[in-house]
Design a protein around this ligand. Sequence first.
Ligand SMILES: CC(C)(COP(=O)(O)OP(=O)(O)OC[C@H]1O[C@@H](n2cnc3c(N)ncnc32)[C@H](O)[C@@H]1OP(=O)(O)O)[C@@H](O)C(=O)NCCC(=O)NCCS
Length: 159
Amino acid sequence: MDMSKDSLRGKHSNDSKSETTIMMLPSDANPKGNVFGGVILKHIDLIAGLVAKRHAGHANVVTASIDRVAFLKPVFIGNALILSARLNYVKRSSMEVEVIIMADDLDSGERTLTGTAFVTVVALDDAGKPVKVTPLILRTEDDRRRFLEGESRMNARLK
Ligand SMILES: CC(C)(COP(=O)(O)OP(=O)(O)OC[C@H]1O[C@@H](n2cnc3c(N)ncnc32)[C@H](O)[C@@H]1OP(=O)(O)O)[C@@H](O)C(=O)NCCC(=O)NCCS
């Protein structure tokens, strides 16, 4: 956690980014061994909420929307699902979290990109009303590029 002067003015995406690895079990899949899309969506939702909560601190956080997610490659029972999530953009109460989904074939060690998801999470106060969160600190060119792209996606999804 960044405890420099910056953290008083906001938080950097490194303060909230998260990664999780989950072994896919028979209960996650159809009879042929293909993992259900809904199982992956659940883990996307969970990690996006975790990242947003780390940024928002005390506030409650809820998912407002998940952009269209395409599953590019199958995930099978016995694969490890690896999700990496980070904040791209913070508006007022809303935050855009990008989640990268990888499937890890534990027999071969091969990792395959399965998809990318953009999740909008909104912070709520104790009364359940949307509440402003701390700004996102941008330090690098990559931070600024992601922020601008996130802003343009947010404008498009709110149209
Ligand atoms: C998301 C929710 C809080 C928005 O409430 P609202 O009354 O529309 O409030 P506002 O219009 O003030 O919007 C609040 C923020 O959400 C954003 N927002 C609202 N709908 C959105 C959507 N579909 N996609 C992305 N952002 C959205 C607004 O742009 C605004 O962002 P800002 O504060 O950064 O400017 C409300 O629709 C809700 O509670 N939905 C259910 C959330 C939930 O429970 N999810 C779990 C699954 S059921």
